[in-house]
Design a protein around this ligand. Structure first.
Ligand code: 0X9
Ligand code: ZN
Length: 746
């Protein structure tokens, strides 16, 4: 789901209301809070001419909250835009919020708190359990305030315990966010002794919590301007503030950030120009054990994974991990109070914002990073009613438990000799696996299935020190085998390689692998382009000419230089109408074999799910087509490989085509194809069992090969004497061999 199609960077500028000197009291008397419906991009501009105070960073089409100054309501009426007045007087809202805070007694999580109160509560919590909790400053803000953090961990756990980081309030006015890390500390500290789940998590993990990353801005929202977002950097010229969530180095300076010091998304003069982001960066760099984090913001109820600076997603296997965790976090939140948070990659789901925190923690450090936008979903925006603080922190406590649990149970699979894609027919294949993580002894398994049948479980052999060996039994020639590895953690969670198993699995076929066709698109190997109702943007072959400015690739996939691209020209060029079709030559796949087609594809489309890149395959030279995949926009090169027989029966006339469309022509659509390959796994003449040296008969020389391997586990080679393919060379193999001894091969 794409929440907003268009981002217009908000430039909050002049006007009495925006006085920005420390100590100035910014009031909103007689300002109206309106919810305006903006059907299209020109409407956004029309609305900005009425008021620039938009209550959110993102400004797209749809319903949006604006503060309209006195005297501007006529201008709003003149636009003809539909709107609802949510409040006649924004200052009343602010005053009511303040008096609700002052009069509402009771528990800590039933009201908002000043920075001093937050710090005092950190002290209270730490004093309750000094054995579990420590308070520290990760650094100082521009104005010299400490940026306080809490470290929580229980006794024991593995050496170099993994850690998670939960921080909030990079954006000053997002008052819903500091209570979340505070509640996390509160719950672990108060319930450690009575809740075994929390105790075991805290023993196995370290939690770092930073409730107020931007203390200067936060204090300023209490003393001067409730809607202040940035830090309090004096940019000169009477302009203040850097958007800390545009100041991180990953993609710094790109789309969705502003070079204008007046802007709400001003990125600063350089990446990490601000002491607040420097402090958090240095803290993260000093703690390489941090494996995951959430940066809490408000509002909109969103769970946003990388990337934020582009509309793409991380490469596999992390893409699957992020998708699974997005879903799991969403379900956990929903399960507490029934609130739905939209989940997805940040750039594609919300808007591009170069220089945000999770892109850096993931891109630079490999830690899994998220932005969570808290309640409300919309109105009243940053001023969450205090009675909603508690349900907000409760549902987000469930969210962080999902991540903490994932990290505490994280298992890494390594394959020192790689993963086999072809198997020697009739021979067992041994796969070396390194497994690192808190796994339950004896749970290590290899699952495999043959020709799409049911998965069969086999145990891995434990070689000690985290090294294991799995064995795929010998298969007849051309059998196709799917397989995956699975362990159970000590806490009872299953972990697999690949992460999406059994829905996705590693795959191999029995036989010898060879190329049918391979094309890096450096030369013309017989592709044709067929256009249907296309006005512009046909496929052409060449070195990418665009600057990536329109969502097109800046380079090819395989590094050879050229690839196929739609309308390969810089600037204003993309697919209009269509489809434009890139059609392969016809391939003769009539000989027995397992045929696979692989390709790298790029598809960028800023129209949500409307336009697709279609990949199709035909086995009658284009007479009829079967869909292989329908790719939504997202950009980024993605490598894909499919088994031809899963779509069409291989014949002498197999053709593949790639069709890119922008029809109706209403969006930016860019596609690319590179590194096309068509491979076959096939078998030579029937093997001669027992002819271990391949000389055409079964004689003493073969016997001596078998005896030299006798008693040893079978290797990957097909000629070591493991006649029955059970993974070792033993008496059963010797007796099979002797039965054939002396016979010439047929
Ligand atoms: O714009 C932001 O920094 C966040 N939204 S907020 O309204 N709290 O300011 C969202 C950042 C998510 N990242 C991307 N969309 N790239
Ligand atoms: Zn924010």
């Amino acid at each position: 789901m794409r929440v907003s199609a268009v981002l217009i960077v908000l430039a909050v500028g002049a006007g009495a209301v925006f006085a920005q000197n420390p100590g100035d009291q910014v009031r909103y008397d007689q300002h109206k809070l309106v919810r305006v419906t903006l059907p299209s991009e020109p409407d956004i501009r029309a609305m900005l001419a009425v008021s620039e105070l938009h209550l959110a960073c993102r400004l797209g089409t749809g319903e949006q909250l604006f503060v309209v100054p006195p005297g501007r309501i006529e201008a709003l009426n003149a636009t003809g835009l539909a709107y609802v007045v949510v409040s006649e007087n924004v200052q009343d809202l602010i005053d009511q919020e303040r008096s609700a805070i002052q009069t509402r007694g009771g528990a800590w999580f039933d009201t908002f708190h000043t920075r001093d109160e937050i710090n005092a509560y950190i002290d209270t919590l730490v004093a309750l359990r000094p054995d579990l909790a420590t308070k520290g400053a990760i650094g100082q803000s521009l104005e010299g305030r400490d940026i306080f953090g809490i470290r929580l961990t229980g006794p024991g756990g593995p050496a170099g315990k993994p850690a998670v980081l939960f921080n909030a309030c990079q954006h000053a006015r997002e008052w819903a966010s500091p209570p979340v890390p505070m509640y996390i500390a509160d719950q672990f500290i108060r319930n450690y002794d009575t809740d075994p789940q929390l105790a075991s998590l805290l023993d196995g993990l370290t939690l770092y919590l930073v409730p107020v990353v931007n203390p200067d801005g936060y204090v300023y929202t209490w003393t001067s301007n409730r809607f202040w977002r940035k830090n309090r950097r004096n940019n000169g010229g009477g302009l203040f503030g850097v958007d800390l969530n545009r100041n991180w180095a990953m993609g710094w300076g790109g789309e969705g950030s502003s070079s204008n010091p007046d802007s709400e998304t001003y990125r600063g003069t350089a990446a990490f120009s601000e002491p607040e982001t420097q402090a958090l960066r240095d803290f993260i760099l000093a703690h390489p054990e941090i494996r995951a984090h959430i940066d809490f913001h408000s509002y909109s109820q969103l769970i946003l994974s990388p990337w934020g600076f582009s509309t793409g997603e991380p490469d596999e296997p992390d893409r699957t991990i992020f998708r699974q965790l997005n879903d799991a976090v969403q379900a956990a939140i929903l399960g507490v109070h029934g609130e739905f948070y939209v989940a997805g990659p940040a750039g594609a789901t919300l808007y591009l914002a170069a220089g945000d925190m999770p892109d850096w923690t993931y891109g630079e450090r490999g830690a899994l990073g998220w932005t969570i936008e808290l309640r409300p979903a919309g109105t009243p925006g940053f001023e969450l009613p205090p009675e909603e603080i508690r349900p907000t922190v409760e549902e987000n406590f469930a969210a962080i438990l999902v991540l903490a649990d994932y990290v505490a149970n994280q298992v890494d699979f390594g394959f020192p000799n790689g993963l086999p894609e072809t198997l020697a027919p009739g021979q067992a294949t041994t796969i070396a696996v390194d497994i690192d993580g808190p796994i339950a002894a004896g749970s290590e398994s290899l699952f495999y299935r043959v020709d799409g049948g049911a998965f069969v479980e086999t145990s891995l052999t434990d070689l000690g020190g985290g090294a294991y060996e799995g064995m795929l039994p010998g298969q007849s020639c051309l059998a196709s085998v799917d397989y995956y590895f699975q362990v159970t953690t000590q806490a009872g969670a299953d972990r697999t390689s690949p992460p999406g198993a059994p829905g996705s699995a590693h795959s191999a076929a029995a036989g010898d692998l060879s190329d049918v066709f391979r094309d890096d698109f450096e030369a013309d190997l017989g592709w044709s382009v067929q256009n249907v109702a296309l006005t512009d943007g046909a496929w052409n072959r060449g070195v990418p000419a665009g600057a990536g400015d329109r969502g097109d690739p800046t380079s090819d996939y395989d590094g050879s230089g050229a690839c196929y691209l739609t309308d390969n020209a810089p600037g204003n060029s993309d697919v209009d109408g269509g489809p434009t079709r890139l059609v392969s030559p016809a391939f003769d796949l009539s000989a027995p074999g397992v045929y696979r087609v692989g390709y790298a594809r790029w598809f960028q489309n800023d129209d949500g799910d409307e336009d697709r890149l279609a990949v199709e395959i035909s086995n009658d030279n284009g007479g009829s087509w079967t869909l292989v995949e329908s790719v939504p926009g997202g950009g980024g090169w993605t490598w894909t490989r499919i088994n031809v027989a899963d779509y069409v029966a291989p014949t002498s006339q197999v053709v593949v085509r790639f069709s890119a469309t922008d029809n109706p022509n209403d969006s930016v659509t860019e596609a690319g194809i590179d590194a096309f390959e068509l491979t076959v796994v096939a078998c030579d003449a029937a093997p001669c069992p027992g002819d271990l040296n391949g000389d055409g008969d079964r004689d003493l020389a073969d016997l001596s090969v078998l005896l030299s391997n006798f008693g040893a586990p079978s290797g990957a080679s097909d000629d070591d004497g493991d006649m029955d393919g059970d993974g070792d060379v033993d008496l059963a193999d010797l007796s099979q061999f002797l039965a054939l001894f002396g016979e010439a091969c047929a």
